[in-house]
Design a protein around this ligand. Sequence first.
Ligand SMILES: [Zn+2]
Length: 385
Amino acid sequence: MKRPIDPKMMLEAIKYSNDSLEYAGIQNCVIDNEVRERFKKHQLVTATKIVPELFPTICKAADDVKNILAPEYKLEVYVKNNADFQASCFPGVNNSISVVLNSGLVQLCSVDELRFVVGHEVGHYLFKHYLYPRAEEAQNQVEKLNILALLRAAEITADRSGFVCVQNKENAFKAILKLATGLPDDFIRFNLSAYLRQAKELQDMGGDEYSLLHTHPACCTRMRALLWFDMSEVYYEWAGLGDCAPINACELNKRVTHDLSLASGFRLTEINKKEIEQALFWGVLALFVSDGCFSKAEQILLTQNFGESGVDIALDYLREFGPDAVINKFESILQSIRFVDKTSKRSLFEDIERFSKLAGGEVSKLETVLMRTANLMNFHQLAGK
Ligand SMILES: [Zn+2]
């Protein structure tokens, strides 16, 4: 594969759009060398370092990946004696990346399939997926489901990184199929469309909500995502295939998002829609009562947008907790949706901004609520418009 002219920009272009911490309030952090050294020592004790004198084939595959994805880094690969088909990636010391491959995985894969696996892991590092939160850190179920969705989105990007590293594209699909089945070549007559019928079958059955609890998308979903990627202008540009790609970047991401949602029967879409409606309701109420008064005109507006029951909920809440508590209620809902995709959050913020123009009371108090919302949602740039 020919390396493109501006590798950093090209690499950013292959990132899946929902694989993003934008507006989630997670700060970039530098992993200090002490932690990196600890990782390295651990590998040196528990695994075997891949050096050309001992493992020339694996070493060549790793070198190819490094040259394509990360020529400015040093890539260290380790093999661990473990039958599980797994690989992982760690920040290495002094601008290096460490990839650990389990022996079960190495035995299963051809050299080109290993390029895919190593490229996938290096992609996790280059796209800083190590900054992503863990599902166990979530404060509630909605946040947990959205963190898991973010982790699945990260897998899509990592697969694209692996895909651009293989010499024969079929090997990327085969690597995923082998990881899914744990079976070697002897048992596989590779037929992509036959395998993809499984995805169709799952979709026809309305998806499965348990897929929301996985850190990885279903293998057939990953394969379809790579098929779309293979047809996209992003990949065509990377591979120097000209400008006649069947689908553009926007269409690519739309199809992948649709497929990922389809696997769960759109359950997360529904859950987030409800949560965003809640956030809008409490956000609007926070604006309306920011002056300590819930006027008749504001009550009518609330009824028009959220129904009679909305006003009843608002009045009951205000009676029990008072207007100052509304903003806290609103902010706790914002916390639970901070990992929701950025498009949904952007449109929520714009809706709240729109309602701020309809609310009564002092403009400065409304602006305070709006600024607080913008800060919590990390929408400083939108609020400043
Ligand atoms: Zn991965």
